[in-house]
Design a protein around this ligand. Structure first.
Ligand SMILES: [Zn+2]
Length: 226
C-alpha cells in the first residue's frame, strides 16, 4: 500500500508538478475497496481519475497572481511587502482609479516631463517615462539570455519576465528582491513629487533601491549568494 502511495506521489510530483500540499490532499481522499459507495472523479466524463483534469481544477479554481506568493519570501520589510501585495491586488489608488469612482481629479502624471499622461497603475509603474528609465537601469545589471522587458507588460507580466533573471545563480536572491523594491520606490517617488508638486525623478528611485540593497547587504538581510 505504501509503495503504491509513494509511486502515485512520485507521479503527481514528477509528471504533474503539483505542490506537495495538493498531492497530500489527493492521496488522503479515502478510497475503500469493496464498498458500494465509489468515489467518482467528477471532472472527467467517465469518472476516472486523470492528471489532466486535476491540473485543470487547480489551474482554474485557484487563480494566482504572479509574484503574490513570492512577496512574503523575498526578505522585504513589512511595509514594502504589504505595499506590493496591495499593488498586485489592485488596491493602490492612482488617479485613473479615483476617477472611475467619480472623484473629480485632473489626472496628470508627474513622471513624463514632456507630455504628461493620465495616471494609471500601468503608466506609473511600467509605461511612464520615469518607470521606464528605472526598469531599464536595473535591467542592465542582469545581462544574458533572459527575455526582454516589453512596454506593454502588465505589472504581473513584469514580475514574471523578471523571474527569469533569477537563473543567474550568483545574483538569485538580489534578483528576486529588486522588482519589489523598484515598485515600492516608484510609489515613494510618486508621492513625493505629488506632495511637493515637483517632477518625478527616476534617479531618486534608482538611488533608493541601490541604498536599500547596499544597507541590507551590509547587515546580511540580503545575501549575494543564496
Ligand atoms: Zn507619466
Amino acid at each position: 500500500m505504501d509503495g503504491e502511495r509513494n509511486e502515485a506521489e512520485q507521479q503527481l510530483h514528477d509528471q504533474a508538478g503539483l505542490p506537495q500540499q495538493v498531492i497530500s490532499q489527493i492521496l488522503d481522499t479515502p478510497v475503500i475497496a469493496g464498498e458500494p459507495d465509489i468515489p467518482r472523479w467528477s471532472l472527467s466524463r467517465l469518472g476516472e481519475f486523470s492528471l489532466a483534469t486535476t491540473w485543470d481544477t487547480i489551474r482554474t479554481h485557484r487563480p494566482r497572481i504572479q509574484g503574490l506568493e513570492d512577496i512574503w519570501r523575498a526578505g522585504l520589510t513589512n511595509s514594502i511587502a504589504i505595499f506590493n501585495w496591495r499593488l498586485l491586488s489592485n488596491r493602490i489608488p492612482v488617479d485613473s482609479k479615483l476617477q472611475w469612482r467619480k472623484i473629480d481629479l485632473a489626472s496628470k502624471c508627474q513622471c513624463c516631463p514632456r507630455s504628461p499622461n493620465t495616471e494609471s497603475l500601468q503608466h506609473l509603474f511600467i509605461q511612464g517615462r520615469g518607470a521606464f528609465c528605472v526598469w531599464r537601469e536595473f535591467d542592465g545589471w542582469f545581462g544574458g539570455s533572459a527575455p526582454s522587458l516589453r512596454i506593454n507588460d502588465t505589472i504581473p507580466d513584469r514580475l514574471e519576465v523578471w523571474s527569469h533573471r533569477m537563473q543567474q545563480d550568483d545574483r538569485k536572491h538580489l534578483c528576486r528582491v529588486i522588482p519589489y523594491l523598484i515598485l515600492w520606490y516608484i510609489w515613494a517617488e510618486h508621492n513625493r513629487s505629488r506632495h511637493e508638486q515637483t517632477q518625478f525623478k527616476s534617479y531618486n528611485v534608482v538611488w533608493q533601491v541601490q541604498m536599500f540593497i547596499h544597507n541590507n547587504m551590509a547587515n546580511g538581510t540580503i545575501k549575494p549568494k543564496h
